[in-house]
Design a protein around this ligand. Structure first.
Ligand SMILES: *[C@@H]1O[C@H](CO)[C@@H](O)[C@H](O)[C@H]1NC(C)=O
Length: 376
């Protein structure tokens, strides 16, 4: 009995070993397309990553197994993901005790990886050169294009609109210039658009409302001119709009205040004028509104209510006149309020939220008075 058990166990172990050997033999045969492997090696050759040694894992025939940051589609063994992040908690980073840095450029050879769905080359700080234009004709399966935090320059490829499946386009924190491509409104799957902190100029396309899937539009810290298009207010999933630190002019579309899930609006540091739409201040879903450093005129609409809940309401550095709205007294919550550097006048209302605010929230107006400023 004992003997038989032992034989059975041995046979079982042998079958298992044969299976493992057969499996690894098969992955060597069909592990990685030879042309994908060539393309990856060309891509690697134009980059220099001296601190972590991630590219030392890019050796051997099978680019689908154990090549750092590479994943293949198991059904066709084509490279599906390049996921290279310079900031990570991966063991390779913990061992090096530092974040990554890479220099060099993104080789157009990545365009041969025509089954790529994810291209993430993020936060390497030193990768320069242009975004290869060929991606917009070759990488039509892309869903995520994330090149944040490098030193990429030149223009956003004009035919970026061909990338109809892309849901995340993040090119923030680079050195990109040129105009926002008009074709961007063709990217019909786009949910997250982040181009912050570049040198992008031109106007926001007036038909941006075509991008109905958008939930975040982050274009802050660029050189964008022209108005906020009215059509933006038709993007009903929009939650976060950041157009701060640009050269945007015109007035704020009234419909912006009627958007169902918009919770953050940063328009600070632009040349926006006109009056503050009452709809913006009465919108109970809006938690952060920054209109600081613009040319807003007229009085502050007195339309706050018991459901008003602003974590931050910054209207400083404008040309607002008149009194502080008394309906603010009934607000559910006002965390940070800044009305400084305007032309407001009259007594500061008594009661919450004004009890907990400091003088800096009211300084540099024409004739405000009362606590926390001088008595009236
Ligand atoms: C609003 O924007 C201004 C100017 O960019 C900035 O200094 C300020 O901190 C912002 N306010 C809040 C509450 O974030």
């Amino acid at each position: 009995m004992e003997m038989m058990m032992r034989r059975l166990r041995l046979a079982f172990v042998m079958v298992l070993m044969i299976m493992v050997v057969m499996h690894s033999a098969s992955t060597v045969v069909e592990g990685c397309s030879a042309s994908d492997r060539e393309a990856l090696l060309d891509f690697k050759a134009s980059l220099n990553e001296p601190y972590l040694g991630i590219f030392s894992t890019w050796s051997g025939d099978d680019c689908c197994s154990n090549w750092y940051g590479i994943n293949c589609d198991p059904t066709n063994h084509r490279v599906a993901d390049i996921n290279l992040r310079g900031e990570s908690e991966d063991p390779i980073f913990l061992k090096a005790g530092r974040s990554g840095r890479m220099t060099g450029s993104i080789s157009p050879s990545i365009c041969k990886l025509d089954r790529l769905t994810t291209l993430i080359i993020a936060d390497w700080k030193g990768i320069s050169g242009e975004i290869p234009g060929c991606i917009t004709s070759s990488l039509l399966s892309l869903r995520v294009l994330d090149l944040v935090g490098n030193r990429l320059s030149g223009h956003i490829p004009p035919s970026i609109g061909n990338l109809r499946k892309v849901t995340v386009l993040n090119l923030a924190d680079n050195d990109l210039s040129g105009e926002l491509p008009a074709s961007i409104v063709q990217m019909s799957s786009l949910m997250h658009l982040d181009l912050r902190n570049n040198r992008i100029s031109g106007q926001i396309p007036s038909d941006i409302g075509k991008l109905t899937m958008l939930s975040r539009v982050l274009l802050g810290r660029n050189q964008i001119t022209g108005p906020i298009p009215n059509s933006i207010a038709t993007i009903y999933r929009l939650a976060d709009l950041d157009l701060s630190m640009n050269r945007i002019s015109g007035s704020i579309p009234e419909q912006l205040g009627r958007m169902p899930v918009l919770s953050t609006i940063n328009l600070d540091c632009n040349s926006i004028g006109g009056q503050i739409p009452a709809s913006l201040l009465s919108n109970t879903g809006l938690g952060i509104l920054n209109l600081s450093r613009n040319g807003m005129e007229g009085s502050i609409p007195d339309v706050f209510g018991p459901k008003t809940y602003f974590m931050a309401l910054d209207l400083s550095y404008n040309s607002l006149k008149g009194k502080i709205p008394t309906t603010l007294l009934g607000a559910n919550f006002i965390g940070h309020l800044d009305l400084s550097h305007n032309h407001l006048c009259g007594p500061i209302p008594i009661g919450e939220p004004f009890e907990h605010l400091e003088a800096s929230s009211f300084d540099y107006n024409d004739c405000l008075c009362g606590n926390p400023l001088r008595t009236c």
